[in-house]
Design a protein around this ligand. Structure first.
Ligand SMILES: [Cu+2]
Length: 165
């Protein structure tokens, strides 16, 4: 969160009101801000007719208190599960995540080969290049984003890349 307002006075009362203004502003911003921040979410483009695909990205708990993710949904498929990837007896497999509680400020990062959104019962696979609504539910609210349908992670998800070549 950034505040670019430079109106800082040296008199204590002005500083107090400035701080108060900041506090009120932050409070208003918080109430309008989603509990969950969905960052860089994308859905794997798959050929038409495939019954399932996966979604990835970063989900951060901005609520300031532990928050449990109850589920996720898309309009083009029956069911979305949070899966984790585990290795058992040298075999890689995936299973539903048991703990979907994020501590305050904690993020859940979903990446190919790791935890992911398993999207099942696809009625009509969205075409590559389209955007689809992807929603994540907590007890208090539902947070939705428009997620691009692409073959691989968009460049924005490459955290080590700073737009320079
Ligand atoms: Cu899976």
């Amino acid at each position: 969160m950034s505040c670019s307002n430079p109106k800082v006075s040296t008199t204590p009362s002005s500083v107090l009101s400035w701080l108060l203004g900041i506090t009120l502003g932050a409070g208003i911003a918080l109430s309008a801000q989603a509990q969950l921040d969905l960052e860089g979410l994308w859905i794997r483009a798959m050929p038409p007719g495939q019954p399932m695909t996966a979604g990835y990205g970063k989900i951060t708990n901005n609520s300031g208190e532990p928050t449990t993710i109850l589920g996720a949904s898309v309009t083009f498929a029956d069911k979305v599960e949070f899966h984790e990837t585990v290795t058992v007896d040298d075999a890689v497999r995936m299973q539903p995540m048991e703990n979907l509680t994020l501590e305050a400020g904690e993020s859940l990062t979903l990446t190919p080969g790791g935890a992911h959104l398993m999207i099942m019962g696809v009625a009509a696979m969205p075409s590559e290049g389209s955007d689809v609504a992807l929603c994540v539910q907590t007890g208090a609210e539902e947070t939705c984003v428009e997620a691009p349908v692409v073959r691989q992670a968009p460049a924005a998800m490459d955290m080590h890349h700073h737009h320079a070549h």
